[in-house]
Write a protein that binds this ligand. Structure first.
Ligand code: B12
Ligand code: SF4
Ligand code: SF4
Length: 305
C-alpha cells in the first residue's frame, strides 16, 4: 500500500508523527471562514504577507497545480528549558526547524519520485499553507483553545511540515476529538489576552509576534513583552497536554544547547554581530537577528536601543 510505505519511510527518517490529508474541498468552510475573519479583523498585525497570500492559502493548487493530497509530518521540540533565566521560547533553543524539515523532506521526495512518480511541493512555515488545519485533517491531533495543534501523544510542543503532491492518496481520518474539554488554562494564563474565542490568536497582542516578527526599532506605546526576549511559551507551558511531550527534543532538532547555558539577557547587549552569528547560526534566533533581540532586551530594561 502506497500510504503505508510513505508513512514507514517518513517514520524511518525520524519524524514523530505522520498523517495524510485529502485536498478535495480544502479548506473546509469553517476553517476558510475563520481565516477570512482573522484577516478582515486585522489579526495579522504587521505581517502583511499573511493578507497578501490569502488566495494561495485557500487554494493549495496555486503552489502545486493538481495538488490532491498533503502528507503532514511533526517533530517535537521537547519540554526541556535549557536556561530558565532566559525567556527564549523552547523551540528557539533547538535547531532551526525550517531547515531540518526541508532537509528530511527532500530525502523523502527523492525516494517518492523514484518509487511512485508524481510531483511534490515541500513546506514548513515557508509557504502560504494552512499547516494546522491540514494536520488536524491528517489525524495528527486537534486545535486547542490556544490555537496549537495538540497531538494526543506529544502534546502541543510539535512543529509541522509536509509535502503537497498530485498523487491521490487515501487520507487518514480527521482527528475526531476536542480534548480541551472544559479546560481554559491557556486563555486565562495568556498575559496579554491574545487568545480569541474561536481558537485563533490576535497577533497584535501576541508576545511571540512582537519579539520575533515585529521589525520596528522600538515598540509602540503600551506593548508589554512580560520578560520574553524571543517568542513566548506561556500558552503551551500551562497546557496539561504538555505532560505528554518528551523531555528532550527529537534528535533532529537537538542543537548544541550549551550555547544557551550561562547566557544572560544582557549578554546580547554587549555581543558583536560576528559572535552572535557564530554562536546562534542554525537556530531560529537568526530570524529576529541581534538587532531584534537587543531591542527586546532593551525594552525590558526600559532603555532606548
Ligand atoms: C502567522 C503565524 C504566527 C503568528 C500568528 C499566530 C496564530 N495563531 O495565527 C505569531 C507570530 C503570533 C505566531 C506565534 C507562534 N507560533 Co506560529 N505560525 C504562524 C504561521 C506562519 C501561520 C498561522 C496562520 O495561518 N494563522 C492564521 C490562523 C487563522 O490560522 P491557524 O492558526 O493555522 O488556524 C487555522 C486552523 O487551526 C483552523 N482552526 C482554528 N481553530 C479551530 C477550531 C477547530 C474546532 C478546528 C477544527 C479548526 C480550527 O482554522 C484556522 C484557519 O483556517 C504558521 C505556519 C503555517 N504556514 O501555518 C506558524 C505556526 C502556527 N506557528 C507555530 C509556533 C510553534 C508558534 C509559537 C508556539 C512560537 C513561540 N513559542 O513563540 C507561537 C504560538 C502562538 C499561538 N498560540 O498560536 C507552529 C505551530 C505548531 C502547532 N503545534 O500548532 C506553526 C504551525 C509553524 C510550524 N510549521 O510548526 N505564529
Ligand atoms: S504565545 Fe504568549 S502572548 Fe501569544 S497567545 Fe500564547 S500566551 Fe498569549
Ligand atoms: S491549556 Fe487547556 S484549553 Fe488550552 S489548549 Fe491546553 S487543554 Fe486546551
Amino acid at each position: 500500500m502506497v500510504e503505508g510505505r510513505i508513512k514507514d519511510f517518513l517514520k524511518g527518517l525520524g519524524f514523530d508523527a505522520v498523517g495524510i490529508a485529502s485536498l478535495l474541498g480544502f479548506p473546509p468552510s469553517p476553517a476558510r471562514e475563520r481565516l477570512l475573519r482573522w484577516i478582515e479583523e486585522g489579526r495579522f498585525a504587521g505581517m502583511g504577507w499573511m493578507a497578501r497570500t490569502l488566495d494561495v492559502r485557500l487554494s493549495p493548487d496555486r503552489l502545486l497545480p493538481g495538488a490532491a493530497s498533503a502528507v503532514i509530518v511533526a517533530l517535537t521540540y521537547g519540554r526541556r528549558r535549557v536556561n530558565p533565566r532566559l525567556k527564549i521560547s523552547r523551540y528557539a533553543t533547538r535547531r532551526d526547524y525550517h531547515r531540518v524539515f526541508k532537509k528530511l523532506l527532500r530525502r523523502f521526495v527523492r525516494w517518492a519520485e523514484g518509487e511512485f512518480g508524481g510531483r511534490y511541493f515541500i513546506f514548513s512555515d515557508s509557504a502560504p499553507v494552512l499547516e494546522r488545519e491540514l494536520a488536524t485533517l491528517a489525524g495528527l491531533g486537534w486545535i486547542g483553545k490556544n490555537s496549537m495543534l495538540i497531538s494526543p501523544h506529544l502534546g502541543p510542543n510539535v512543529l509541522l511540515g509536509g509535502v503537497l503532491t498530485d498523487l491521490v492518496l487515501v487520507p487518514d481520518d480527521p482527528f475526531p476529538y476536542d480534548w480541551c474539554g472544559s479546560c481554559d488554562r491557556c486563555v486565562r494564563a495568556c498575559p496579554t489576552g491574545a487568545i480569541l474565542p474561536d481558537r485563533t490568536v490576535d497577533a497584535n497582542r501576541c508576545i511571540s509576534y512582537w519579539t520575533i516578527e515585529y521589525r520596528g526599532d522600538t515598540f509602540p506605546e503600551g506593548v508589554d513583552t512580560y520578560g520574553w526576549i524571543f517568542g513566548c511559551d506561556v500558552c503551551t507551558d500551562v497546557c496539561p497536554w504538555t505532560s505528554k511531550t518528551p523531555e528532550r527534543a527529537n534528535p533532529h532538532l537537538r542543537a548544541k544547547e550549551d550555547r544557551f547555558v550561562n547566557l544572560s539577557p544582557e549578554d546580547f547587549l554587549t555581543m558583536d554581530e560576528d559572535t552572535f552569528r557564530e554562536r546562534f547560526a542554525g537556530t531560529p534566533l537568526m530570524r529576529a537577528g541581534l538587532r531584534g533581540i537587543r531591542r527586546n532586551v532593551n525594552h525590558l530594561r526600559g532603555r532606548a536601543p
